[in-house]
Write a protein that binds this ligand. Structure first.
Ligand SMILES: Nc1ncnc2c1ncn2[C@@H]1O[C@H](COP(=O)(O)OP(=O)(O)OP(=O)(O)O)[C@@H](O)[C@H]1O
Ligand SMILES: [Mg+2]
Length: 273
């Protein structure tokens, strides 16, 4: 393979929580991902930014096993690669927060946190399928508390919560069942200023507990405040990377829209189509 055609890799200096290696994905004539390599370290927040259609959500879906890449691998921790095809994110300790459809609104906070993970009573025959609601409520409360999320009760239907509270519950649920990685796609997109701040602080808490966090967002100002690294994608490749604290908005936008490349990607300097 021609080495000059190798796209840049974005690597963490910390022990890896999750690594995507040379991921390719094509939809018809659209090359959604053209060989993307990216790692997220334990305890690290990596922000993934890029213009609409850059390939961010596709990469995230591949990293949680929801869709399979045409080529490339996903590696969890330092283990052997888990995918050539699909894998079960929850079983592998990967928590995911999607922008929408994250929660079932008619169910309570408790039921949402435990959806698919229900705990059965041990003092009754398992075939009766009786749920241990007390144990679940206590554990759900503890999960919310660990992230400093305050709700009056876990028995309130999610439909009565604010957008920010819902997003907090979605994050708490992802973290409760995750072991090392949490992936979030636009978690603040539909939120007001104050609630977006709360959710970003929550995401920082998650990383402080040792999880690797991959955060897709267009909210540059808040990203710059929480991210350890900001990785910029354009047209299916990574074209730039900045340390979170030192990146200016102008630099990030320039990279997103096709300014001077920050990494040695020979294709990044090509004029925009
Ligand atoms: N299921 C699909 N079928 C066909 N094309 C798809 C599919 N999913 C994504 N694409 C295409 O792949 C490219 C990357 O899409 P993707 O959703 O990953 O972008 P994105 O960076 O998340 O954009 P946005 O910021 O708008 O969410 C786009 O051109 C999109 O149209
Ligand atoms: Mg997207």
């Amino acid at each position: 393979m021609d080495p000059s055609a190798t796209p840049p890799r974005s690597e963490s200096r910390r022990p890896a929580a999750i690594t995507a290696l040379a991921i390719r994905k094509q939809y018809g004539h659209v090359e959604a991902l053209r060989g993307v390599s990216l790692s997220v370290g334990l305890g690290e927040i990596v922000a993934l930014v890029g213009d609409n259609g850059a390939g961010k959500s596709t990469l995230m879906k591949i990293m949680c096993g929801a869709i399979s890449p045409d080529a490339g691998e996903v590696v969890l921790g330092n283990d052997v690669p888990v995918v050539a095809g699909r894998f079960n994110a929850a079983e592998q300790g990967v928590g995911v927060v999607y922008q929408d459809l994250a929660l079932a609104p008619h169910l309570t906070v408790l039921e949402n946190v435990y959806l698919g993970h229900e705990v059965l009573r041990t003092d009754r025959p398992r075939w009766l399928g009786l749920l241990d609601r007390r144990a679940m409520a206590l554990e759900a409360q503890a999960a919310l508390q660990r992230l400093a999320i305050r709700l009056p009760t876990v028995r309130v239907p999610v439909s009565l919560l604010s957008g920010g509270q819902r997003q907090a519950v979605a994050i708490a649920r992802a973290v409760k069942w995750a072991r090392r990685v949490v992936l979030l796609d636009e978690p603040t997109a539909s939120l007001g200023t104050r609630q977006a701040d709360i959710v970003m602080n929550l995401i920082r808490n998650v990383a402080q507990q040792g999880f690797g966090v991959l955060l897709i967002s267009h909210d540059m100002e808040r990203l710059a405040r929480v991210a350890d690294r900001i990785v910029v994608m354009r047209r299916g490749t990574i074209v730039a990377e900045f340390p979170g604290a030192s990146a200016t908005l102008a630099q990030i936008v320039e990279a997103m829209l096709g300014g001077a490349p920050r990494l040695a990607d020979p294709r990044a300097g090509a004029p925009a189509a």
